[in-house]
Design a protein around this ligand. Structure first.
Ligand code: ADP
Ligand code: MG
Length: 264
């Protein structure tokens, strides 16, 4: 009998509806989405603005709860956790990387990383050395004393990646991680995300509208009006970026369903 390993991330029939406010109608941001991401896999979810990417990432990150369906990460059913357990989950099981870096402006690069270590109860005596190790691993050891305002966008995102890795999370979650970067920094950050995931065996989930950024991953899903469409793309490992762009162009010529209120 062969054992099939449980996926690191498991979504089953997940819907997230935001209630109507004032004149606005309720929004079905996700509509019965199912997804399995194996441990150590690198998966990108691509979709136009408003397709539900951040909503999905926030559910996996324990920042939000689904209206319906099941979200299981590392074998833990997130919908069954108490608030205190969810807080603990966010501080230790997942690392977040956001478009706007979200570093604390009054703290140095090192202190930003130390803060994440503190949140996960790492011993005080180890925090500084560990933060420096992490900054070295993302290639900015010499910037440890700088505040974010003294760092370029690419450098700030490196600090954010170091911070996300601080507690050796089993899952790295990135929301448009290159959205605020120029082309050169974007390439470097895409390479770094892939590298840290490969080195640490961390499962990587990126949501982005950008095929170049999706190319950090091996598999690309397409989200459209809150649902997955088409088959996941498996990128050619020898030319992921070119492959991602070409496949996106081919897909954009294909017809996408245009039925946001279809309940199916
Ligand atoms: N907190 C919220 N309240 C109401 N509507 C929301 C909220 N968050 C997201 N939405 C709506 O849900 C849909 C999906 O949003 P989002 O997941 O942010 O898309 P994406 O990240 O792909 O741009 C959009 O129509 C958005 O306006
Ligand atoms: Mg978004």
């Amino acid at each position: 009998m062969s054992e099939v390993a449980a996926p690191m991330i498991h979504l089953e029939n997940v819907s997230r509806t935001f209630p109507a406010r004032g004149e606005a109608e309720k929004v079905r941001a996700l509509r019965k989405v199912s997804l399995d991401v194996p441990k150590g896999a690198r998966v990108a979810i691509r979709g136009e603005s408003g397709s539900g990417k951040s909503t999905l990432l926030n559910l996996v990150g324990g920042l939000d709860v689904p209206t319906k369906g099941e979200v299981v990460v590392g074998g833990q059913d997130l919908t069954a956790l108490t608030d205190a357990e969810l807080t603990r989950y966010r501080a230790t099981a997942v690392g977040f990387i956001m478009q706007a870096f979200n570093l604390l402006p009054a703290l140095s690069a090192r202190e930003n990383v130390e803060l994440a270590l503190e949140a996960a109860n790492a011993p005080r005596s180890e925090r500084r050395a560990r933060a420096d190790e992490l900054l070295a691993a993302v290639g900015i050891a010499e910037r440890a004393e700088h505040r974010p305002s003294r760092l370029s966008g690419g450098e700030q995102q490196r600090v954010a990646i170091a911070r996300a890795l601080a507690n050796k999370p089993s899952v790295l979650l990135a929301d448009e991680p290159t959205g605020n970067l120029d082309r050169k920094s974007r390439k470097a950050v895409v390479r770094l995300l892939r590298e840290v995931s490969e080195k640490s065996g961390t499962t990587l989930l990126i949501v982005t509208h950008d095929p170049n950024t999706a190319a950090a991953c091996d598999t690309v899903y397409r989200l459209h009006h809150g649902k997955f469409v088409g088959n996941p793309l498996v990128l050619d490992p020898t030319r992921r970026a070119d492959d991602a762009r070409e496949k996106e162009e081919a897909e954009d010529e294909a017809d996408l369903p245009d039925d946001p209120d279809d309940d199916a």
